[in-house]
Design a protein around this ligand. Structure first.
Ligand SMILES: Cc1ncc(C[n+]2csc(CCOP(=O)(O)OP(=O)(O)O)c2C)c(N)n1
Ligand code: SF4
Ligand SMILES: [Mg+2]
Length: 323
């Protein structure tokens, strides 16, 4: 007989008023003004609620949030190495399962969430995350994607866009566009390589109710799940700090980012623009792109056109009822 671990089922919220009123990520941290990842954390923590354990690999959300034993986390939170968020989460999940089976823990199974930066997800933290998915741990792994190794001074990561000026990809005479490589496709990497994962979704900090309900749905699955969240970083992207939400909104309106759920093999897209804005609209307010010439922006547009073509192709696949 299947053991009852008392997993939580989090109902979808119709509005913010309908979800937990209490803040689980409170004021008193040292992130930059307008920090997308800080807002991201606040929204995720609120959506998950009080019975939650966060695993925080090294990054801005550890260093700027947890100095001198002072943190904004009103729920349990543990620091992991930037390399091993997936491994630490696996151990916590396995320990709760063993304690429950031995009758030594009788409470509700906590939400176990890794909140990792892009470096801690798709680069230096990749093997631990992948192994966690492979072993079928009931953990939600979230990548808050600010598109750089921000904490150490804005170095390029595998999600930094083509053309971005970072401290490791400065534009110059030899390489005028700065970054020459195109980013990894993070959700596809998770979907393609991990049969135990049944739910993957994307969202941004500019879509808070969408984010809330994706977190709640992911946490209600009894298997590993993955969420990829766009979290604009005013310092690294070099934009006015009041434009954080606007940047994430523009990413969706230009096709640089899309909002979707992948559930048991079926894609569902939302907020798909009828007409996409040109990618220059997104890039023009970001100092990391101001060195680019027309030919580089055209190259970026061609890349984004490829992303839009994939959205259209996925949407054209007839939708079967998820099993
Ligand atoms: C093994 C190891 N290598 C390098 C570092 C230095 N380091 C600390 S935070 C950080 C950046 C993390 O980037 P990301 O995961 O994207 O999070 P962000 O800082 O952008 O929030 C790096 C490289 C480290 N802590 N451990
Ligand atoms: S560098 Fe970026 S991610 Fe880090 S605290 Fe500042 S705004 Fe947030
Ligand atoms: Mg980062």
């Amino acid at each position: 007989m299947k053991f009852d671990y008392k997993f939580q089922k989090l109902e979808p919220a119709k509005s913010f008023k309908a979800i937990n009123k209490a803040e689980m990520y409170v004021p008193g941290h040292r992130t930059c003004a307008g920090c997308g990842p800080a807002l991201n954390y606040r929204l995720v923590a609120k959506a998950a609620g009080p019975d939650t354990i966060f695993i925080g690999p090294t990054g801005c959300m550890y260093v700027a949030n947890a100095s001198y034993l002072c943190t904004p986390y009103a729920v349990s939170w543990i620091h992991a190495q930037i390399t091993n968020g997936g491994a630490v989460a696996s151990g916590i999940e396995a320990a709760f399962k063993v304690l429950a089976r031995k009758g030594k823990y009788k409470g509700t199974f906590p939400n176990i969430i890794v909140m990792a930066g892009d470096g801690g997800t798709v680069d230096i933290g990749l093997q631990a995350m992948s192994a966690m998915f492979y072993r079928d741990h009931k953990v939600l792994f979230i990548c808050y994607d600010n598109e750089s190794y921000a904490n150490t001074g804005i170095q390029t990561s595998p999600t930094t866009p083509y053309g971005a000026n970072t401290t490791f990809t400065p534009p110059g005479k030899e390489i005028p566009e700065g970054k020459t490589l195109f980013p990894k496709d993070v959700p596809q990497m998770v979907i393609g390589g991990h049969p135990a994962v049944k739910y993957v979704a994307t969202t941004t900090v500019a879509h808070p109710l969408d984010l809330t309900n994706k977190v709640r749905k992911a946490l209600s699955y009894e298997c590993p799940t993955f969420l990829h969240m766009l979290s604009p970083c005013p310092k690294g992207w070099k934009f006015d700090e009041k434009l954080t939400r606007e940047m994430a909104k523009l990413a969706v309106e230009t096709g640089m980012w899309s909002l979707f759920e992948w559930e048991n093999g079926v894609y569902k897209y939302t907020n798909v623009p009828k007409t996409y804005k040109p990618i220059g609209e997104y890039m023009k307010n970001q100092g990391r792109f101001t060195h680019l010439k027309a030919e580089h922006i055209a190259k970026m547009q061609a890349f984004v056109d490829g992303r839009i073509a994939k959205v259209k192709a996925d949407m054209a696949i007839p939708v079967a009822t998820p099993k």
